[in-house]
Write a protein that binds this ligand. Structure first.
Ligand code: ATP
Length: 369
């Protein structure tokens, strides 16, 4: 069992810095969990507390059934993979991978078995006699992973392991780490500031901000049901559009009103909106760029969600386009098929998918209904 349980964990640094605030998370055996958030949100500090490289100021940390707050890093049965690989330059790939086991006095035959097995899994068998300087960035990262795998730990901890690789290799290694996890199924905590990495790799993702967990859920849940504006804006690219306005109730209908925009909201939303007490209050309407549609079928389905705008910039992304326009002084981006290719300056009609609207309380920034 390699469940990792963090209960009411706090980290305070000298000088009144609270890096992690009351962090609670139950990571299941075999789970791949990603900590994601902007720089300084406390994800590395949390990972380092799990590793034992930082003291825990307050709270309880369990790995398996053991409370490990006071257990030395080497006795926690974890293996860490860092961004800078940290390979020994004077050793071969084989020696780099064998080093940790040798220190722990494993028998030679067992070391050899584990190194060759890991090399096979990572497809680096042909590189075992090379020194790190004769390897590409991706190969070095594989060796760093290999060094973690041979330990056969209960938990892998990975801190931005792909950030030194170029964009193409990052995409490739992202898939390889997922495949590796499917194969060996070791519980993994993975830290990144890259929301795409989080979305594509995590069974669950933990979105953090200023030392506080904002949301813990599957990537789909976080994407489709962000709990607040921070999560909604952080996850997804291009980012969700936010339109500031207010909710008005007229003749039994609830409208979102902003300069040049009036949208009758779907009735299914009314009970939650009324209960949240946001009628006649400032709200923010969120709509993802891909939920603005140019096609007539959508316009016929949701005439009440159709807005017109003058295109200011068209960004060509290959199979799709990003259209930038302004409505009542508020910028909007739509992500549409490249078949629809309006000229800058022309008028376009775009329809919101009314099932994909998000409404946030402008004051608390929390999602409401
Ligand atoms: P990044 O992606 O930049 O690594 P992060 O989310 O991993 O960011 P942390 O490195 O965990 O963030 O830092 C969280 C907060 O704790 C930051 O405000 C940081 O300045 C502070 N911090 C980190 N280490 C120390 C330290 N040794 N002493 C004081 N403050 C620290």
């Amino acid at each position: 069992m390699a469940r990792v349980l963090l209960q009411n964990i706090w980290k305070r640094y000298p000088g009144d810095v609270v890096a992690v605030k009351n962090f609670n998370l139950d990571i299941q055996d075999k789970e791949f969990v990603v900590f994601v958030g902007p720089s300084g949100c406390g994800k590395t500090t949390t990972l380092r507390m799990v590793a034992g490289l930082e003291d825990i100021t307050e709270g309880d940390l369990y790995i398996g059934d053991r409370r490990v707050n006071d257990v030395a890093p080497k006795d926690r049965d974890i293996a860490m993979v860092f961004q800078n690989y940290a390979l020994y330059p004077h050793m071969t790939v084989y020696q780099n991978m064998a080093f940790g086991l040798k220190l722990r006095k494993f028998p030679k035959a067992e070391i050899d078995r584990r190194v060759r097995e890991a090399a096979r899994i990572l497809d680096i068998e042909h590189l075992l006699d090379r020194k790190p300087k004769a390897l590409s960035g991706g190969q070095r990262q594989r060796v760093a992973l290999g060094r973690a795998i041979v330990r056969e730990p209960q938990v892998f901890l990975m801190d931005e392991p792909l950030s030194n690789l170029d964009a193409k290799l990052r995409v490739q290694m992202r898939a390889e780490i997922r495949k590796l996890h499917q194969r060996i199924q070791t519980t993994t905590i993975y830290v990144t500031h890259d929301q795409t990495e989080a979305m594509t790799m995590g069974d669950r993702i933990v979105v953090m901000r200023d030392g506080v967990i904002q949301q813990v859920a599957t990537p789909q849940e976080v994407y489709n049901h962000p709990v607040n504006m921070f999560v909604a804006g952080f996850i997804g690219s291009p980012a969700m559009n936010f339109l500031r306005g207010e909710l008005v109730e007229e003749g039994g209908s609830i409208y979102f009103r902003a300069p040049e925009i009036s949208i009758r909201l779907p009735e299914g939303r009314y009970p939650a909106l009324r209960q949240a007490g946001v009628i006649r209050k400032p709200v923010v309407l969120g709509i993802r760029p891909e939920d603005l549609h140019e096609d007539e079928v959508f316009q016929a389905t949701y005439p009440e969600g159709t807005i017109t705008g003058r295109v200011e910039v068209v960004e060509h992304m290959g199979s799709e386009l990003y259209l930038h326009f302004t409505k009542g002084g508020q910028p909007i981006v739509a992500r549409v098929s490249a078949r629809f290719d309006p000229r800058p300056g022309s008028e376009v009609k775009l329809t919101m998918d009314m099932n994909k609207l998000h409404i946030f309380d402008a004051e608390t920034e929390q999602a409401v209904g």
